[in-house]
Design a binder for this molecule. Structure first.
Ligand code: C2E
Ligand code: MG
Ligand code: MG
Ligand code: MG
Length: 301
């Protein structure tokens, strides 16, 4: 009970600085424990939702795909970042349930969109690499796609490279099988892991997403980020791997990425991750803009 109150106070103190300083370990352990308990019920209690962040193609500014990101709104703690609760879920089997919930809901949504005549898009989901160590992951994904009659081509699976490290062969095999099913495979947070280059050589990747830490350093003359990003883009394009820059926030970053002929960007400069209704509105507006562009140019003929 004391720890419960302490946790509540810690939450109120923002980033828990106060408790990390005094008795960090115990409180952090207890917080993790509590969070695991609460996560167990989060699905059944309807505390999860999805937000969608558009990915913008360059130079056309067309939107052909979006990333689905998980949100957890706890009734008393409020919104909790996936950066905090996903690693906790990954410590137990919870991660399987959670990621499957995401895949199911995305498939359900794609099915609804199709029936409503909404523009067909590819939706990317983040799948913890823990899944790829399970033998039946491919069949599970296949089953969910079939259940909701979703074309595998409309689902993109984002995997982080740090995760692949743990067991390359097994992960590689699962990825190959997903590719054979026609799913789109992306390597997320590229550049933050260790031996990145051999993934490009050994894994059948469709897309690589350059980590936002590189994008945020693009305009910093003290760092070598812009040389690295330029080389990454050119290397990936030569390897025939689609390249996405994530976390693009400023005009300056965008303009550099355009110079480097980056193929697609994702970031606050175009849109934050949006709740379903806002996302649908965003897509309708983009489509309207494209139609307007076409009609206005035809006027000149
Ligand atoms: P990620 O997959 O690399 O997702 C990109 C993160 O960057 C998202 O954070 C997104 O909101 C944020 N972002 C997008 N544009 C910008 C920008 O311009 N500037 C900045 N500073 N940030 C931007 P979010 O939604 O908090 O997710 C954090 C991470 O949690 C994700 O990183 C992903 O690794 C994980 N995650 C999210 N949803 C799921 C899920 O359903 N399953 C699993 N296994 N992991 C998830
Ligand atoms: Mg991602
Ligand atoms: Mg990422
Ligand atoms: Mg990330």
């Amino acid at each position: 009970k004391n720890a419960d109150a302490a946790l509540r106070r810690a939450k109120e103190q923002g980033k828990n600085n106060f408790f990390v300083y005094h008795s960090g370990m115990n409180i952090q352990t207890y917080r993790t424990f509590l969070m695991q308990q609460e996560l167990r019920n989060a699905i059944n209690l309807g505390q999860f939702s999805l937000v969608y962040q558009p990915k913008i193609q360059l130079p056309s500014e067309q939107v052909m795909s979006a990333e689905a990101l998980l949100r957890w709104n706890h009734p008393t703690w409020g919104p909790i970042s996936p950066d905090e609760f996903i690693p906790i879920a990954e410590e137990s089997d919870l991660i399987f349930e959670i990621d499957e919930w995401v895949l199911e809901n995305v498939c359900k949504q794609i099915n609804l969109w199709r029936n409503a005549g909404f523009p067909q898009m590819r939706i990317a989901i983040n799948y913890s690499a823990h899944h790829f160590l399970k033998r039946n992951v491919v069949n599970q994904i296949k089953k969910i796609l079939q259940q909701f009659e979703v074309n595998p081509n409309q689902i993109e699976i984002e995997i982080t490279e740090s995760a692949i490290l743990k067991n390359e062969d097994i992960v590689k095999q699962a990825i190959q099988q997903l590719k054979e099913l026609n799913l789109h495979i992306s390597l997320d947070d590229y550049g933050t892991g260790y031996s990145s280059i051999n993934y490009l050589r050994d894994f059948p990747l469709d897309t690589v997403k350059i980590d936002k830490s590189y994008i945020q350093e693009l305009t910093n003359p003290q760092k070598n980020s812009h040389i690295i990003v330029e080389s990454m883009i050119s290397l990936l394009k030569k390897l025939n791997i689609h390249v996405v820059a994530e976390g693009v926030e400023t005009e300056a970053q965008l303009s550099i990425l355009k110079d480097f002929q980056c193929e697609e960007v994702q970031g606050y400069i175009y849109s934050r991750p949006l709740a379903l209704v806002e996302f649908e509105q965003y897509i309708r507006n983009v489509k309207k803009r494209e139609i307007t562009e076409i009609t206005s140019s035809t006027k000149h003929i």
